[in-house]
Design a protein around this ligand. Sequence first.
Ligand SMILES: CCCCCCCC/C=C\CCCCCCCCCCCCC/C=C/C(=O)SCCNC(=O)CCNC(=O)[C@H](O)C(C)(C)COP(=O)(O)OP(=O)(O)OC[C@H]1O[C@@H](n2cnc3c(N)ncnc32)[C@H](O)[C@@H]1OP(=O)(O)O
Ligand SMILES: Cc1cc2nc3c(=O)[nH]c(=O)nc-3n(C[C@H](O)[C@H](O)[C@H](O)COP(=O)(O)OP(=O)(O)OC[C@H]3O[C@@H](n4cnc5c(N)ncnc54)[C@H](O)[C@@H]3O)c2cc1C
Length: 671
Amino acid sequence: MAATQLVNPDLVKERQNAAFSPEHLTYFLYGGPEKTKRKRFLQNLVIEGVKKLGVKQYATVSREEQYEQALQKYAYLVDTERQLGITNSTDKALLHEAVFPCESFPYILQYAAFINPFTMLASEEQKAKWLPLMKNFRLVGTYAQTEMGHGSFLRGLETTATYDPSTQEFVLHSPTISSIKYWPAGLGKTANACIVMAQLITKGHNYGMHAFLLQIRDLDTHQPLSGITVGDIGSKFGLSANDNGFLKMDNVRIPRNNMLMRHSRVLPDGTYIEPKNDRLMYGGMTSIRTDVVGVASRRLCIAVTIAIRYSAVRRQSEIEPGAGEVQVLDFQTQQYRLFPQLAAAYATTFASTTISAFYRTVSPHIERGDLQELPMLHALSAGLKAYTSWTCADGVEVCRLACGGHGYSEASGLPKAYVDTTAACTYEGENYVLILQTARYLMKCCRMLAEGEQVPEVMDFLRPSTSETSRLDARLVMGDLIQAFAHRAARMTRDAAQSMQTSIVKGENPGQAWNSNSVQLVAAAKAFTELHVVRVFAEAVETMRGSLRHVMESLWRLFAVNNIVSSLGDFLVDGYLSTQQVSLLEPAQRDLLKELRPDAVSLVDALDFPDGVLDSALGRWDGQVYEALYDYSLRSKLNEKQVLDAYLKHQRPFMESQWKKHAASAVTSRL
Ligand SMILES: CCCCCCCC/C=C\CCCCCCCCCCCCC/C=C/C(=O)SCCNC(=O)CCNC(=O)[C@H](O)C(C)(C)COP(=O)(O)OP(=O)(O)OC[C@H]1O[C@@H](n2cnc3c(N)ncnc32)[C@H](O)[C@@H]1OP(=O)(O)O
Ligand SMILES: Cc1cc2nc3c(=O)[nH]c(=O)nc-3n(C[C@H](O)[C@H](O)[C@H](O)COP(=O)(O)OP(=O)(O)OC[C@H]3O[C@@H](n4cnc5c(N)ncnc54)[C@H](O)[C@@H]3O)c2cc1C
C-alpha cells in the first residue's frame, strides 16, 4: 500500500490493536516471504496493466461490453504470462484472480476443461498433433457434455457418435431438441472447437459416453462449420462475461482419429477396445472439482474482507445512549454473523490446499494405471466441492446482507461475488448429486468394514469407538471437539446404512432403498465432509506458533463450535453430548466472538487481497468508502446526461396525460 495513502482512523486503530502479525499469517498462506513478495508483484503488475487498457469497471457496463472487455483482458493476461515466462499453476491462478476478480471470462475452460481433459483422454499421437494448436490458441475450446435434457445423469446423454467403417468417420448427431448441448462455458461465440461427450455406437452396439474432439467453427472466418448450429444461451443470473452456449450437430462427420483414444479405442473396422476402467472418462470432472473448492473459498475470503473492513469503518447507532455512534463491528449480532464466515473462509482455504495436494499426489498413480486411490479421490473431491460451494455461497450472502443497504449496490463487489459463487453449487455436478456420490463411498466403506476389509486411514472414524459419550468441557480442547465431529459422522453413516438395510428387508430394491434414505445419506456425507474440513483446519493451526497460533486456534474453535451449535440435534440425538455440555457451547461462542473482535481486521488483512481484486467501494484497504461510493454513483450511465431521452419519450408524455386527465390544467415546470 502507498505509505501516503490517507487511511480511515478506525482502520488504523484496528490494525494497531491486533495481537498478532498479519504478515506472518500471510506468509503462512502463500508459502513464505519470497512467495508472498512474488504474489504481490504479480497481482499489482496486472492490476496496473489492466488499468492501462482503459477497460471500464465491470459493474458499470452492459453484458456485451463485459464480454468484449473480458476478451481484451484475457489477451493482455496471456501476453503478460508469456513475457514473464510463467508456467507455475499458482502464479497463473494469482494472475487470473487479479485480472478477473470474481468474474468469469470466455476462455475460462481453455486449460481447465479443454486442454486438461484432452491431455487425460488423448493418446500420445493425438497429443502431439493437437496440443500445440490448443496451447497456442489456434484451437479455442470448451467441454461440451451437458445437454438441455441431461446434465447430472450422464448415462442419459442423447448425442450420438456413430462409427461408419466405410469412410472411417464418426457421425456426430443431436437427435432431439433435448439432446442439444447446452451450458458449456465459452461455447456460444468464443470457442472454435470442443470436447464433445457422446454415446459411442459401433457395429450396432452402444458403448456409452466417450469423448470426441470437434471443430465447430472455421479457423479463419470463425463461421460455424456445416451441420453445426451454435450460439449463446442468453442472459443468466451472473457470469455475464461468459458466452455459455448451445450446440446442435446435424450428422457432422469427423475422422475416426478425433475420438480421444488413450483409454478406449475404435479400430478402423469398427471393433471397440474397452478401457481398463470406464470411470477414467470422468477424470476431467474430478480435476475441476478440486479447482472449484479453491475458487469458492477465494470468493468467501474476498467477501469477508469487504464486510469486516466495512463494518470497522461504518459507524451507526449507539450502544450506550449519548456515548456516540459505534463501529457496527462492535455489535454482537454483527460479529455473530461475520466471524463464522471468517472462520469458514480460512477453513475452506485449508481444505482447498489439501485436496489440491491430494489430487497432485494421486493423479500420477492414476496416470500409471494404479486406480486404488481413485474412489477416495472422487468421494472427497465431490464432497468438498459441494460442501465448500454451499458454505461459501451462503457465506458471501451473509456478508452482503451484513453490509446493509450498500451491500446491495454493485459498488460493494458483493453481488458479483455471490452470483459467481452460487454457480459453483450447480456446475461441475449439482451439489446434491455430488454429495450423494460421497455417501455412496461411505456406504461402501461401511460394507467393507463389516466384512473385515481394510479401508483408507481417513475412513477409520467409521470403526466402532469405545467411547459413546464426549469428554468435552469448558476448555474446549481441540481433540474433544474433533472427536465430536468424528462421532457424529460415524453415527450418521451407520444410521444411514442401517436405514438402507431396513428398507431392503421391507422389500425395496437397492435403487428404491437409496432414494428412500437419500436425505439421511446426504446428511451423513455432509457430516463426513465437515469432519474432514475441521481436521485439515486443525492440522494447519497446529503447525503455527506464538500469538498467531493463539488467534488461529480461537478462530478454529469458533468454526467448530459454530458448526456444532447450528446442527445441535445431530450431537444430542444419541446422548453423545449431554445437555450440560451443550449448555457450555453458546456462552463459549459468545466469548470467542469477543476474543476475536480486536483481531478481525488483521485476520482479513492477512488474506492479502489488493484493492484491485476486492473491486469494492466498501472493502478498500484505506477505508475511504463514502468517497468511493459517491465516485461510483457519479459514473452511473444514467448520469451521463442530466435529462434523459427516456424522459422526453416516455416520462413527460405520461406525466402530462395523467395530469390532464385528473386536473385538466397545464403542466408547469415549477411547483
Ligand atoms: C491461499 C492459497 C493461495 C493460492 C492462490 C490461488 C488463487 C486462485 C484461486 C483458485 C484456484 C483455481 C483456479 C483454477 C481455475 C479453474 C476454474 C474452474 C471454473 C469452472 C468453470 C465451470 C465449468 C463447468 C463445467 C461443467 O459443469 S462440466 C459438466 C459437469 N457435469 C457433471 O459434473 C455431471 C455430474 N454427474 C456425474 O458426474 C455422474 O453422472 C454421476 C453423478 C457420478 C453418476 O454417474 P453414473 O455412472 O451414473 O454413476 P453411479 O452409477 O452412481 O456410479 C458409478 C461408479 O462410478 C464412480 N464414479 C463416478 N464419478 C467418478 C469420478 N469422477 N471419478 C471416479 N469414479 C467415479 C462412482 O463412485 C461409482 O463407483 P462404484 O460403482 O465403485 O461405487
Ligand atoms: C454457470 C454454469 C456453467 C456450466 N458450464 C458447463 C460446461 O462448461 N460444460 C458442461 O458440459 N456443462 C456445464 N454446465 C452444466 C452443469 O454441469 C449442469 O447444469 C449440472 O451438472 C447439473 O445438471 P442439470 O442441469 O441436468 O441438473 P438436474 O440434474 O436436472 O438437476 C435438477 C434437480 O434434480 C436433482 N437431481 C438430479 N439427479 C438426481 C439424483 N440422482 N439424486 C437426487 N437428486 C437429483 C438435482 O439435485 C437438482 O435439484 C454449466 C452450468 C452452469 C449453471
